[in-house]
Design a protein around this ligand. Structure first.
Ligand code: FES
Ligand SMILES: [Fe+2]
Length: 350
């Protein structure tokens, strides 16, 4: 499925971010992941549960049903399932057919995220979840603001494409985080089996509008930013700014360091989930400032969603996948897509 080849949607034997931990409560919630409905809830002792969200009787959504203790009772005819997905009750008969059960997905609560394993539960190895300390989520040098969720009106790979090719900053985001020509600077790239990274440095550029406002500084800056995607879900990035080393009153003075976290999870074939957080090294005790900056980043994400929504609408309405013109700036994008494809092909080969 574009931008991946036909027959490739998303790798399954992987950890994906399913939700913010505080989104999952006692009241069941339905959320689609990899085109599967999932019912999330917490047991009485607070453990998060993810069950296949479709009752095997008449396909009523379990995420829109009710809890009886730790079990979930289908709203339609009352078939009840345990947190392991076993049927514990069919009100209209005593005998439980073997086919009357639902899948239970491995779910790990780490930091403020819930990670779900969509594939073979026997392969769900928690050590494959990216190290939260290494990527700065728990680094005391940064204050991390978390908690935004965006429903993306487009296929998940469009959002990865967006994050892979940051030459769009100077155009789509020209009034927020972009300023100047980001497309002419060389990119340093690297990748492994399950990750891909990209970095750029911009000496002596105009301070981007959002940061000019944040730092109260209108002069020239040296900026370095980059991103590492831990396939298939989490882009961990950084954005460091200092006063220009060649043209400022205080050369090299650090204005601030920002870390950004973009988690992209396929929802349906044509929609995705987007969980965003960021960390900062400045005004760390100023809660109101932190929230305001989060709101500014959310406005940036809305710009990305606009592009995604328009492209999804274009492709869906056309009903075909026209060839695309590939540019030099697409190198990371092309590598990233290949990594996704190879994960999917490996699973298909088994
Ligand atoms: S649809 Fe769930 S019990 Fe009938
Ligand atoms: Fe963007």
């Amino acid at each position: 499925m574009y931008p991946l080849p036909e027959g490739c949607f998303a790798p399954r034997n992987q950890w994906y971010i399913a939700a913010w931990a505080d989104e999952i409560r006692r009241e069941p919630m339905e959320r689609w992941i990899l085109n599967e409905p999932i019912a999330f809830y917490r047991t009485e002792d607070g453990r998060a549960v993810a069950l296949e969200g479709r009752c095997p009787h008449r396909h009523f959504p379990l995420g829109k049903s009710r809890l009886i203790g730790d079990n979930i009772e289908c709203m339609y005819h009352g078939i009840t399932f345990s947190p392991k997905g076993d049927c514990v009750r069919i009100p209209s008969q005593g005998m439980v057919p073997a086919s009357c059960k639902v899948k239970a997905y491995p779910l790990v609560e780490r930091w403020k995220w819930l990670w779900i394993w969509m594939g073979d539960p026997a392969l769900a190895d928690e050590s494959l979840i990216p190290d939260h300390h290494e990527i700065g989520l728990t680094d005391p040098a940064f204050t991390v603001e978390s908690g935004t969720y965006h429903a993306v009106p487009g296929r998940y790979m469009l959002m990865h494409d967006n994050l892979f090719d940051l030459t769009h900053l100077g155009f789509l985001h020209q009034t927020s985080i972009g300023a100047g020509d980001y497309s002419v600077v060389d990119e340093q790239r690297d990748n492994g089996d399950n990750w891909i990274s990209s970095q750029r440095e911009f000496p002596n550029i105009q301070c981007p509008p959002l940061y000019a406002q944040v730092f109260g500084y209108e002069g020239k800056v040296d900026r370095a930013f980059g991103m590492k995607l831990f396939l298939p879900s989490l882009h961990a990035g950084y954005d460091f700014l200092c006063k220009s080393r060649t043209d400022s009153d205080d050369p090299g003075a650090v204005l601030g360091k920002v870390r950004v976290y973009h988690a992209i999870t396929p929802a349906t074939k044509n929609t995705a989930h987007y969980f965003f957080a960021y960390g900062r090294t400045f005004k760390q005790d100023d809660d109101a400032f932190g929230k305001a900056m989060l709101a500014s980043f959310n406005a940036v994400i809305e710009e990305d969603m606009l592009a995604t929504r328009e492209i999804e609408s274009m492709l869906t309405t056309l009903g075909t996948t026209p060839p695309e013109v590939l540019l030099k700036a697409d190198a990371t994008c092309v590598r990233g897509r290949r990594l996704f494809e190879s994960l999917i092909r490996k699973e298909q080969a088994v």
